[in-house]
Structure formats: structure tokens, C-alpha cells
Ligand binder design. Sequence first.
Ligand code: ZN
Length: 148
Amino acid sequence: MSELTDLYQEVILDHNKKPRNFHKLADANRTAEGFNPLCGDEIRVYVKLEDDVIRDIGFQGSGCAISKASASLMTSSLKGKTRAEARALFERFHRLVTSDAEPDPAELGKLAAFSGVREFPARVKCASLAWHTLRAALERSGEKVTTE
Ligand code: ZN
């Protein structure tokens, strides 16, 4: 089990150091801003949504390793997904970081790396900030969300 934890930690550290899709999207048609005042994490998510499919997605911002890695893994997981699929994945992710149920790696892929976050309630907001911001971007454009 501790080997698995190490592996998960490695995934988070890697995505914090080299965040994927860490850029503004010039042709984004959906965007939203998120803020986690508890930790100071700030993020802006850019989405190019076409025919209800996330064709491209990027993010910018600053914050702790958990928030950055979460945004990086989220954007990597969502390219090519429909809005409904993105919503379903958000629900799975949310369960992963808030409930005691064992994560299903087949369902979550690398996102399972965040299973340890549930031990640290303050970190749950860091891990879910990108997802809340994405939801705001997909539902309404330009709204600022906050975890508080
Ligand atoms: Zn944070």
C-alpha cells in the first residue's frame, strides 16, 4: 500500500513540476476563474467547446502543488470528452477526495493519485478547485467561483 502511495505522490509532484496544458487557449469559447481563499490558489480554466465536446482545454494560475497538479491532471483527462462525461468524471473525482470508498483505478486513471487528499480536509478544496472552475466554465462563461 505504501508503494502505491509513493507512486501517487510521484504523479502529483510530476504534474506540479511540469503542469500539462498550462497555457491560455487563444480560441477558447468558455472560461472561468476560481479562487480558494483558504490556501490562496487561483486558477483560470479555458475550454474550447464544440458540439458539446471539449476539443481543447488549458489553464493558468498559481497555487500549491495539489491545486496545480489537480488542474494539470484534470485537463489531461478531459480532452475529447463530452460535457456529460466531464460532469460524470467530476462526480467520481469528488467522491474520491471526500468519501472513504476505495478508488477504482479503472474508472479514475491517474486521478486516483488524489485519493490521499481525503485525509486532509483543507486540501480537498485545493484538489477540487480546478473542477469547480471547469464546471462554471462549462455551464456559464466568465463567472468567478470560490471554494468558500
Ligand atoms: Zn492549495
